[in-house]
Each structure stands twice: as C-alpha cells, then as structure tokens.
Design a protein around this ligand. Structure first.
Ligand code: COA
Length: 258
C-alpha cells in the first residue's frame, strides 16, 4: 500500500515506520504524502486507539527533510513545502488519539520537528536530536522554531538552532525534549506500554486533555475557557457515568468513548 512507510495495527496501536533506511529515513515529499494518509487512518479507523511513529533501521529516526529536494526550490515553492508540512504535523498534534514518537536514532531537522509534534517522545540512548538547518543556509520549516521553544524554552532553543549542535538522548531528557530514555531494545515496548496505559482511560477525556493543552499555545484562545467548555462536555458523556460508577462500585471502568 505504501512505498516509503510501513504501517501495522498491533493491539490498537497503529505503528507507523518511516522506511527509507538508506537515506536515514529523510522526509521527501512521498514520505510526507504517505505519512498524511497514515495519520488520516489514525483519525478515521475505529480500531486504531493510538499511534506510534518510528524509523526503520538502527541508525536513524529521521535525519531531516530530504536535502536533495531543496536545490531547485523558489521562495514560493519553499513556502508551499513548509505549509504542507505544517498541515500534516498540526494534524498529528491535534489528533484526538495519542500519537507517540519512538526515537531510535538521529532525529534531526524535520525528524526532530516530527517528534515534537507528537504528544510525547521516548528515545533510545543512542538517539541524537538537533535542528542543524543553519548548516545548510535554511531554518527549521516544519514548526521547529515554535515547538522547540515550547518544549525547552527560548534560550536553549535559540542556542540549539543557532549552533546546529546535536544533543544526545540524556541531554534531551534533561531539557524536557523527551519523556523517557531506554535502551534500543526496550524502546518500542516502553512506548507501547505508555500507549496501552492510555487505552485504559476514557477516550473522550483523553481527547479533551489534548485539546486543552494544545490551546495553551494558541495566542488568541484562552485555555482556561477551553478547559471550562471541555470539562462541562464531560458531563454529557457515558464515559463519565461509567468511570464514576466504576469507582463507587469498586470495579474497573470499561470505557466506550461515548
Ligand atoms: N536528506 C537527504 N539525504 C540524507 C539526509 C537528508 N536529510 N540525511 C542523510 N541522508 C543520506 C545521505 O546523503 C546518505 O546517502 P548516500 O548513501 O546516497 O550518500 C545516507 O543518507 C547516509 O547518510 P551519511 O551522511 O552517509 O551518514 P553518516 O552516518 O555519515 O551521517 C548524519 C549521519 C545524520 C550526521 C548526516 O547524514 C547528516 O548530517 N544528515 C543531514 C542532517 C540534516 O542537516 N538534517 C536537516 C535537514 S533540513
């Protein structure tokens, strides 16, 4: 079905693997189109409860946008490239189902930006993160100038983007760029186990948490108002009836996302 990615549905998790290991999984336009289709499946397929994005091979998550596509672009085409990337990564960030990055090696440029668009990141101890675009005479174009600031703060984000320094998984963890660091062998299972834990919670409440937290970063929306609206909406759900009843009856809740 796809040329540059693979997808597999395992226990409710759609595992999306960027599959160009000979090019360190660089994001060319075909990958971006196929990734967009896979994200559509996360939104639409009722059997998909969450998603995990990783890279194929032992070396790279994603080593950036495909540099070979840059040389012939005009400024107008550059704008189109960035806008297309923004739409896809925004769909990841706005997904009502959790999407995790399992970072198994280099996460550079667009790779770091893709990981940052996910709801959380788990990295193997050999992972390396960076926004090295200024080495090439460009800047991050898939949301990196915004999301890196959100995750690590302005000073460190500026330093990373201006020096093009790469940092290891432990440093990324210390900065808040990644949530957990594992061995390469444990990476996928650790990521899956967090998603499986989320699967046991009320799906509509999870979607509302994602929406409220994302709205913290939208300048013309008051996130507190969003929280009131979304909190109120919980009282119209079966999930709340089930969750509260299960607590009172001292049994495990069985949520249906209704
Ligand atoms: N775009 C296109 N091709 C890329 C790529 C990218 N972002 N990153 C790596 N590749 C390709 C290389 O050209 C090479 O292809 P080739 O074998 O046909 O020559 C292959 O992937 C392997 O990469 P290589 O550079 O030989 O591996 P390395 O282990 O020596 O170095 C990196 C690894 C990640 C340090 C290095 O590939 C790199 O700096 N990549 C670019 C990172 C970057 O600037 N990303 C931001 C882009 S906006």
């Amino acid at each position: 079905m796809y040329n540059t990615i693979t997808t597999e549905l395992k226990d409710g998790i759609l595992e999306i693997t960027i599959n160009r290991p000979d090019k360190l999984n660089a994001l060319n336009q075909e990958v971006m189109k196929e990734l967009a289709l896979a994200i559509d499946e996360v939104y639409k397929n009722k059997d998909v409860k969450s998603a995990l994005i990783t890279g194929s091979g032992p070396k790279a998550f994603i080593a950036g946008a495909d540099i070979s596509e840059f040389l012939t672009l005009s400024p107008e085409q550059g704008a189109e490239l960035a806008k297309r990337g923004h739409v896809i990564f925004q769909r990841i960030e706005d997904s009502h189902k959790p999407i995790a990055a399992a970072v198994n090696g280099f996460a550079l440029g667009g790779g770091c930006e893709l990981a940052m668009a996910c709801h959380f990141r788990v990295a193997s101890d050999n992972a390396k993160f960076g926004q090295p675009e200024v080495n090439l005479g460009i800047i991050p174009g898939y949301g990196g100038t915004q999301r890196l600031v959100q995750l690590v703060g302005k000073g460190k984000a500026l330093e990373l983007m201006m020096t093009a320094d790469l940092i290891g998984a432990e440093e990324a963890h210390r900065l808040g760029l990644v949530n957990h660091v594992t061995t390469p062998a444990e990476l996928l299972d650790k990521t899956r186990s967090i998603l499986q834990k989320i699967h046991t919670k009320a799906p509509l409440a999870i979607a509302k948490v994602i929406k409220c937290v994302n709205n913290y970063f939208v300048y013309d929306i008051n996130g507190f108002e969003t929280e009131v609206e979304e909190f109120a909406g919980c009282f119209a759900t079966q999930d709340l009836q089930e969750g509260a009843s299960a607590f009172i009856e001292k049994r495990a809740a069985k949520f249906r996302g209704e």
